[in-house]
Design a protein around this ligand. Sequence first.
Ligand code: S6P
Ligand code: ZN
Length: 187
Amino acid sequence: MTPHLLEPFSVHIDFESGLLSPDPVVLVRRLSSLAGYFLQNADTDSEVYSVHEIRVPAERDHLLSSTTIVLPGKVGDEYYMTKGHFHANRDRSEIYLTLSGEGLLVMALENGTTVTKEMRPGVVNYVPGHWAHRSVNTGSEPLVFYAVYIGDAGYDYATIAERGFPVVVVDRDGGPSVVPNPRYLAP
Ligand code: S6P
Ligand code: ZN
């Protein structure tokens, strides 16, 4: 397919809030849309995170990018986090640049191998293809990061929804601890 020929454009990102202007596509995830992702059930429908995506066609020749704002909070002792996904086109890689807040980026291969990296302002995390990725806010302020990914990366949420991640990030004595996920279904 011939890629769309776009006009060059610019977007402003507020590094503190993660908000974009002009006119991003905004997706808000609340606890009700994350049922089954946390070990415990939530008794509210609070917002957990939002994604603010720059409008570009989802094609191989373009770079999609977005900010994600993960709010501070916990369900039980588990920190607020994104759903997490593999890319539908598994080999598509991605870059995360943290703009504010602090957290952990949990990455896992389908065979269960897991790597966890710190997210803090100024840190670039490289997520190679084939690694599922989930961002966890371990701080008391919003975790804000900018992600850039190959336009046709796509999303496979189903594998994580069914199997979970091999580890979960929980509050132990006031700080984050990465522990095995008792509900993980190994391949
Ligand atoms: C897209 C990229 C991010 C996430 C966002 C929300 O490839 O990894 O923009 O979509 O951080 O996470 P999730 O797992 O709900 O899509
Ligand atoms: Zn991704």
